[in-house]
Design a protein around this ligand. Structure first.
Ligand code: TNX
Length: 501
C-alpha cells in the first residue's frame, strides 16, 4: 500500500463567491506558499502597502511564516500597474508554480483581488492561530470586475445596539464577499445611536435602551471614526441613516420641542412601526436636522446620507410631501447625496439622489421606483421578499420575521437586480443591498445565522455578471465556503438546499 504523506487539500472545483468574470485553470501548475515567501508591492499608492500588510498579517497568523512585505517583486506580488480599463475595483490574478501576481489599477482593486486569493487558499489560511499546511493553490488566471458599484449590507443598530467590535466583525465578513457599503441604520423609535454634540439628549436619553428593554448604547464620535476607518481600510464605505420623519421616537422622547404638541413621548422598547413623526410644520425640526446632518456629514467620508423616509404612517401625506424635499435639501447643503427608502420618490428629489427599493413585487413600490428613475435617481435593489436578511428561511427558523414571506437561500439568490422591476431601465440600477433589521436579534450569533448563507448570494448578485448567475453552481460553491465559516467561527444556517457534506 502506498502512503501519501501530503494529501492534496485543493478542491477540484472552483469555489469562489462571488463568481469571477473569467477564471481559467493553469493545468499542472500548483503554487505552494513556503516559509521563505515574501510579499512584494509594486505601487506608488500608499494604500497598496496597507493591502499587502493586511494579507501578510493574516497569513503570518495561520502559517507562522515571516512573510516580509517589501517594495518590488515578491513571491506574492501586488501591483497597481494594471490598466485603467479594469476599473477601480477590477483586478487580474495569476497563480503558477512559482508565484502569485495580483494586478489592479488601484489599491481598492488589489483589496478585491486579495479576497479572491484568500478563497483560493485552504480555509485554514483564514485561522487566527498557526495551522499546518501545505498552503497550496491550483494554478489559475482570473480577470474580474464588478457588475455594480453599490454592493451593501445594512445593520439595524437602533432596535438592538451592536458594539464597535461587532460592527467590525460585520465589516470583515461582508468584505470577504467583496461588499463595499455598510449602511448603518442609526436611529429609529427604539434608540438614537450616534453622538450629536448640539443635541446631547439624543444619546443621553434617546440611546438608553432598545427593543425588549436592554441597555442600548451609542457610538461616540471616536467610536464612529473607528468604524469608518476600519471600513475604509477594507474599502467599505459607511452609509449612515437617520430615519425621518417617522421612526423617530428616540428623538421625540429626548426633545419635547420636536413633537407637534410640544410634549416628549415615552421611551419605546416595543416593535410596532409607524406611530411616530417629527413635527413637519415647526422650524425647530429643520434646525434639528440641519445640525444632525451637519455633524453626521462631518464624520462621513462617503458621499451619501440616508434620510430614511419609510413607513411614515403618522405623517399626513401632504405633510410628508412638504417634509421630504426640505430634509433632502439639508443633506445636500452638507455636501452629501440623498439616499432614501422608495417612499421618498413621491416627493421631488434633488439631482443625484439614490432610491432604495424595498418592495415585494407590489405595483405601488415598483411605480414609485420607476418614477424616481425617470427623474434621474439611481436605484439600489433591496426587495424585502428576497434581500431582507431578517426574514425567516422557513417556518422553523427560530427568530426573524415573515411579513415579506419566507426567504430560502434559493429565493434570496434567484433574481436579477436589472430585471426585477419590469420597465425600470437597467441603467438606473446601481446595485444591491441586504438589510438586516434587528427587532428579533439581540446577539451576533443570531445575526450571523440569518446572514449566512444568504449574504454571499446577494454579494454575488451585485458583483458577478448576469451570465454567471446560476443556482446549481452557486449552491455547490456555497458548500465549499462552510470550512471557511467554521474556521472563522461564523454561526451559519445549514440550509437543506445545500449539500454541506
Ligand atoms: C420594515 S423596510 C421597515 C423596518 C422594519 C422592517 C422589518 C423598511 C424600510 N422599514 O422598520 O424593521 O420592516 O422587516
Amino acid at each position: 500500500m502506498r502512503l501519501f504523506l501530503t494529501t492534496p487539500p485543493r478542491s477540484p472545483e472552483p469555489t469562489l463567491i462571488p463568481q469571477p468574470v473569467t477564471q481559467n485553470p493553469l493545468p499542472d501548475q500548483t503554487f505552494t506558499l513556503q516559509s521563505t515567501a515574501t510579499v512584494g508591492v509594486l505601487s506608488s499608492e500608499e494604500a497598496a502597502t496597507w493591502v499587502a500588510d493586511q494579507l501578510a498579517a493574516q497569513l503570518r497568523l495561520s502559517t507562522g511564516f515571516p512573510l516580509p512585505v517589501e517594495p518590488g517583486t515578491g513571491t506574492i506580488t501586488l501591483s497597481t500597474d494594471g490598466p485603467n480599463s479594469l476599473g477601480a475595483e477590477g483586478y487580474e490574478l495569476r497563480v503558477d508554480n512559482s508565484a502569485v501576481t495580483l494586478t489592479a489599477a488601484t489599491a481598492e482593486g488589489l483589496f478585491r483581488a486579495v479576497t479572491t486569493l484568500r478563497q483560493l487558499l485552504p480555509a485554514a489560511a483564514d485561522a487566527g492561530t498557526e495551522q499546518s499546511g501545505p498552503w497550496e493553490i491550483a494554478g489559475t488566471t482570473i480577470a474580474d470586475a464588478p457588475r455594480y458599484p453599490y454592493r451593501g449590507v445594512m445593520l439595524d443598530v437602533s432596535r438592538h445596539f451592536r458594539s464597535v467590535a461587532e460592527v467590525k466583525r460585520c465589516i470583515d465578513l461582508a468584505s470577504l464577499y467583496k461588499l463595499n457599503r455598510l449602511h448603518l441604520h442609526l436611529s429609529d423609535d427604539q434608540g438614537w445611536r450616534i453622538q450629536v454634540d448640539s443635541w446631547p439628549e439624543l444619546t443621553k436619553h434617546g440611546a438608553s435602551s432598545e427593543v425588549g428593554g436592554g441597555p442600548g448604547g451609542h457610538y461616540t464620535k471616536a467610536d464612529f471614526a473607528e468604524i469608518v476607518l476600519y471600513a475604509a481600510e477594507r474599502f467599505v464605505t459607511v452609509v449612515p441613516e437617520i430615519d425621518t420623519p417617522g421612526h423617530t421616537n428616540a428623538a421625540l422622547t429626548s426633545y419635547p420641542e420636536l413633537n407637534a404638541d410640544g410634549e416628549a413621548t415615552e421611551y419605546f422598547t416595543g416593535t410596532e412601526v409607524g406611530f411616530s413623526s417629527l413635527a413637519v410644520h415647526k422650524d425647530v425640526t429643520y434646525d434639528f436636522l440641519d445640525d444632525v446632518f451637519r455633524e453626521v456629514a462631518e464624520q462621513t467620508p462617503g458621499d451619501v446620507i440616508h434620510l430614511g423616509g419609510d413607513e411614515a404612517h403618522s405623517t399626513p401625506h401632504s405633510d410628508y410631501l412638504t417634509f421630504v424635499p426640505k430634509a433632502a435639501e439639508l443633506v445636500v447643503k452638507h455636501g452629501k447625496r440623498v439616499m432614501g427608502w422608495h417612499e421618498i420618490a413621491d416627493a421631488p428629489l434633488p439631482a443625484g439622489s439614490i432610491l432604495q427599493y424595498w418592495g415585494t413585487d407590489d405595483d405601488r413600490s415598483r411605480e414609485l421606483t420607476r418614477q424616481a428613475a425617470a427623474g434621474g435617481a439611481e436605484v439600489v435593489m433591496s426587495p424585502a421578499n428576497r434581500a431582507y436578511l431578517d426574514m425567516k428561511y422557513d417556518q422553523d427558523t427560530p427568530y426573524g420575521l415573515d411579513w415579506a414571506g419566507l426567504v430560502s437561500v434559493e429565493k434570496a439568490y434567484r433574481w436579477d437586480p436589472a430585471t426585477l422591476i419590469p420597465d425600470l431601465p437597467e441603467s438606473a440600477v446601481i446595485g444591491v443591498e441586504a438589510p438586516l433589521w434587528s427587532e428579533t436579534f439581540d446577539d451576533m450569533s443570531k445575526i450571523e445565522y440569518m446572514a449566512f448563507p444568504r449574504l454571499p448570494g446577494i454579494a454575488e448578485l451585485g458583483w458577478s455578471p448576469a451570465s454567471a448567475l446560476d443556482w446549481e453552481s452557486y449552491r455547490a460553491r456555497l458548500a465549499g465556503q462552510a470550512a471557511r465559516w467554521d474556521v472563522l467561527n461564523v454561526n451559519y444556517y445549514r440550509a437543506p438546499e445545500v449539500d454541506w457534506s
